[in-house]
Write a protein that binds this ligand. Structure first.
Ligand code: NAD
Length: 258
C-alpha cells in the first residue's frame, strides 16, 4: 500500500493552485506525509499570502521562505527542518526559472546572463538543496525533481530551459550515485505539458498541449494530480528499488516517432 505515514516531506515550488507542486503536495498529504512547504518570497509578500491560504487544508507543520538563489535562505530552511523535525525523508524539487526572452526565438541569441540564470535556478538548485538535505536524511529518503522532454530532445521555444533540464537530469544521476550509499533515492518525473505560471512563459505552450492531445497514445495531456500520484509512488517504499531514473508521466507522448 502507498503509505507515507510518519514521513517528513519538504515541498518546494507551490505558487498557486495550478502548480505541479500543489498536485504533489496534495497526494503526499493524502498518503499521510507530514508536510513542510517553502515559497518564493517577494517584497510585497503576495506569494506568501496566496500560498499560505492555498496549503492551509494540508496543515503543513513548516511554512518557510526559500529563494534558491539566496544561499542563506536555503541554509535557514534546512536548519529549521533539523530543529523542528530532526530528520527529513522526502524532498520535492519542483521549480524552474528563465527569462521570458530566452524562451522563444533563436536559441543562439541567449545571453550568458540568461543562460546562467536558467541553469542556476533550474538545475544547480537541485544540487544545493540535496547538499543541505543530505545530513538530515539519516533514515534513507527520496528526492524527486520535475523535468520535461525538452531536456532530452529539441522542442521549439523551450530553448535555454532545455539545456537546464538536460543538466538537471544528469544531476539526478550523479546525486543518485552519491546518495544511494545512505539509501537516499533521487529520481525525476518528466511531465507532459500542463498550463501553469511557469509554462505560460514558454512560447506556444497551448500549441504544445494541442499537439500532445493529437499525438499522444492517451490523446490528452496529463494533470497535476497524475504527476502527484507518480511522485507519491516514487517517495514511497513501493519504489524502494528505483533511483537515478527519469519517469515519463506524459500520456505516452515521448514514445511516438510521428
Ligand atoms: P509554477 O510556476 O507553478 O512553479 C514554478 C515554481 O518555481 C514557482 O512556485 C516559483 O515560485 C518557483 N521558483 C522560481 N524561481 C525560484 C527561486 N529562485 N527560488 C525558489 N523557487 C523559485 O510552474 P510548474 O509548471 O508547476 O513548474 C514546476 C516544475 O515543473 C518546473 O521545474 C517545471 O520546469 C516543471 N515542468 C513543468 C511542466 C509544465 O508543462 N507545466 C512540464 C514538465 C516539467
Amino acid at each position: 500500500m502507498l503509505d507515507l505515514t510518519g514521513k517528513n516531506a519538504l515541498v518546494t515550488g507551490i505558487a498557486n493552485n495550478r502548480s505541479i507542486a500543489w498536485g504533489i503536495a496534495q497526494q503526499l498529504h493524502q498518503a499521510g506525509a507530514n508536510l513542510g512547504v517553502t515559497f518564493l518570497p517577494d517584497e510585497r509578500g503576495r506569494y506568501e499570502q496566496k500560498v499560505r491560504e492555498l496549503v492551509e487544508p494540508l496543515a503543513p507543520s513548516l511554512f518557510l521562505p526559500c529563494d534558491v538563489q539566496q544561499p542563506e535562505q536555503v541554509t535557514a530552511t534546512f536548519n529549521t527542518v533539523q530543529e523542528k523535525w530532526g530528520k527529513l525523508d522526502v524532498l520535492i524539487h519542483c521549480l524552474a526559472f528563465a527569462s521570458k526572452e530566452d524562451l522563444g526565438g533563436d536559441f543562439s541569441r541567449v545571453s550568458v546572463d540568461g543562460f546562467n540564470l536558467a541553469l542556476d535556478v533550474s538545475a544547480y538548485s537541485l544540487v544545493s538543496l540535496c547538499a543541505a538535505a543530505k545530513p538530515l536524511m539519516t533514515d534513507g529518503g527520496s528526492v524527486v525533481t520535475l523535468t520535461y522532454l525538452g531536456g532530452a530532445r529539441v522542442v521549439p521555444n523551450y530553448n535555454v530551459m532545455g539545456i537546464a533540464k538536460a543538466a538537471l537530469e544528469m544531476n539526478v544521476r550523479y546525486l543518485a550515485a552519491e546518495l544511494g550509499a545512505q539509501n537516499v533515492r533521487v529520481n525525476g518525473i518528466s511531465a507532459g505539458p500542463i498550463r501553469t505560471l511557469a509554462s505560460s512563459a514558454v512560447g506556444g505552450i497551448l500549441d504544445m498541449i494541442h499537439h500532445v492531445e493529437a499525438v499522444a497514445p492517451l490523446k490528452r495531456t496529463v494533470t497535476q494530480t497524475e504527476v502527484g500520484n507518480a511522485a507519491a509512488f516514487l517517495c514511497s517504499d513501493l519504489a524502494s528499488g528505483i533511483t537515478g531514473q527519469i519517469l515519463y508521466v506524459d500520456s505516452g507522448y515521448s514514445i511516438m516517432g510521428m
